[in-house]
Design a protein around this ligand. Sequence first.
Ligand code: PCD
Length: 806
Amino acid sequence: MNDMTPTREQREARLEGMGCKRKRVEDIRFTQGKGNYVDDVKLPGMLHGDFVRSPHAHARIVSIDTEKALKVPGVLAVITAETLKTVNLAWMPTLAGDVQMVLADGKVLFQNQEVAFVVATDRYAADDGIAAVEVEYEALPPLIDPFTSMDADAPVLREDLAGKTEGAHGPRKHHNHIFEWTVGDRELTDAAFAKADVTIKEMISYHRTHPSPLETCQCVCSFDKIKGELTIWGTFQAPHVIRTVVALISKIPEHKIHVIAPDIGGGFGNKVGAYPGYICAAVATIVIGKPVKWVEDRMENLTTTSFARDYHMTTEIAATKEGKVTGLRVHVLADHGAFDACADPSKWPAGFMNIVTGSYDFPVAHLAVDGVYTNKAPGGVAYRCSFRVTEAAYCIERGMDILAQKLGMDPAELRLKNFIKAEQFPYHSALGWEYDSGDYHTAMKKGMETIEYAGLRREQAAKREAFQRGETREIMGIGVSFFTEIVGAGPSKNCDILGIAMFDSCEIRLHPTGAGIARMGTKSQGQGHETTWAQIIATEIGIPADDIMVEEGNTDTAPYGLGTYGSRSTPVAGAAIALAARKIRAKAQMIAAYLLEVHEGDLEWDVDGFRVKGLPEKYKSMKDICWAAYNSVPPGMEPGLEAVSYYDPPNMTYPFGAYFCVMDIDVDTGVYKIRRFYALDDCGTRINPMIIEGQVHGGLTEAFAIAMGQEIRYDATGNVLGGSFMDFFIPTAVETPHWETDYTVTPSPHHPIGAKGVGESPNVGGVPAFSNAVNDAFSFLGSTHIQMPHDFWRNWEAAKRLGVTG
Ligand code: PCD
């Protein structure tokens, strides 16, 4: 060692491992227009498919005449349900145990439903073909309001289910009923309510919305008749699952199906499900023998693929007069649209809605969810949340505020009084989860101090007085939200998709010169996996992150994994990465011992290599060891340096956070100003603080959109009113508030690097913070709950209803 020898800190910094704000390596191509997306796939002779869609929400199909369309120049084929029946694909299974029409079979059940698929030499010809297809409909009465879906005289939507009293999740109570799912102890909960000092009851709706990635859903399918192989490039958040599903329904052997998810322009849950476009493009390429591309347009995306939320939650909390909660009772009416195509782990018809007890120590609770059919698009995806966690968080966080109001208590105080205490972890919730770790009081207090909560409440009190005196037309709201997420689906004991356990995987292969490649079963859609996964490996095996290439999304090369959604990648694949790296390090240690002629146990790990204990100059770097792995391994050892890990997590991870929103609303116009938004997140060990901050900014922006305007609405006849960006709120930099972020670190005790997910937390915690701010602003005027989204119009309406504006 001499003056030139780098210090330990310098060696660590060179790795750019965990904890480093490493710049996103993928952005080099994304910011220069060099990304490679599905629509960039252009194959010789490629055809284009597009859909004829239904203008009606509910109608019988009298006839479909394709004759004129087939005469349109460039049109090669028009596929209808009748065509698909010949290959037994007119209907497809959904992830939720239901079946769904691929193309309308006999009737249509929602506006814009896929009726026929026109294949042509280019997109324009396909559209001309669509205009020439003649469909005769006989309108049927639409069912739009879920609250009337189980009325005795409600129209029958699913004629295919006639007489079926058993669904995938138990008995059906009515022809439009899908399932009833109950959790918790009903009797004990009822008893807690019977003896409670104080109770609240409110119907809290979480409206229908939609994830809106920049890139819509799309695919290119190409069948090679000679080899009998099908290649599908698609916007898939879970490519391996798609491959298995295609193998099961097409009977093409799984090894002859190549699924490739190239760069993806945002997913947000939209790209988890399987859509008719994929099936039609695959059938078309098999039948016609040429590659077929299908690309959704924006309106198709918003109105047909994967809606989110649409939960109507009747929420009751029981408490003592001192404000200690004693029971929670929630009934959800879940509007699933025309088919139950919710993307949840198979056994969870309402996702993880049973995290609804939130961050509070409820001794007893009961949850019942009724899923119903309506004439709306199917889907039910976790739009930036882990399977209905955002609905659960909204429900309990609004409920706690309503309880605080009834008790005349401060909402932050009420939360502090009821939090699960740090010493109670691992904590068993009344609805069956085991929370791994948490320190809620510390997080909440840090947040309250940073935003000077007490001062804000004083300011609010003064402003309310000024408002009552007529000196101002503005009301001030302080939104408090404290959420607990449940991410990392999931342990094979309770999570599977179509029978496949929800593990994830990593394979690392190091090359002789000390560089390497790592592949996972996950698939980034913008989250920065190429950056962060290499950071985990860098810390674990001492190879600079820059020397590790991360590859995802190709089912031929990547180990089987369940994909990226529900913030599962860090909890599940992140663990697999660390464990694969540790296997490599264990082999490297044997090689180093051989090279240094000592016993393995005499070596200690030191940042980027092994040192002999007590003899620091006797050292082999990982780079040296990589070289040796290919030429001088100990006798009897196989050469090479690679490892695979499949990780079945023992539990979920439970990130949490404290969010505060300060808002002023002008009662005469409904216009709001978000003065401050503070978000403290605890996601355990932080891999890349810069990426985490970006994730929080993105998630908060989506939360802001949802809470303050974004909605897929329907009129009484079933016309979609949120079908374009003219009507569907996508905030720009102009509307988006400034975000202040903060953190605490409470590692997960069961995760190899202590990390929990974070990508969805800001959406889960953000929505209640905004909504609580609006509701808090109006509360002193006698309002207990105003439904989302809180756009200017609805704020003004609320002010009018409360008699403070004309
Ligand atoms: N991290 C770190 N640390 C920690 C955690 C985490 O660093 N502790 C980071 C990682 O690595 C990544 C991120 O962060 O990179 C994220 O992560 P996570 O949480 O694990 O998650 P993931 O799985 O990866 O992802 C998923 C998510 C989701 S779910 C969503 S919606 C969204 C988010 O993600 N999406 C998106 N974010 C995002 N971003 C972007 N850019 N894009 C997109 O699309 Mo779902 O269910 O699907 O609905």
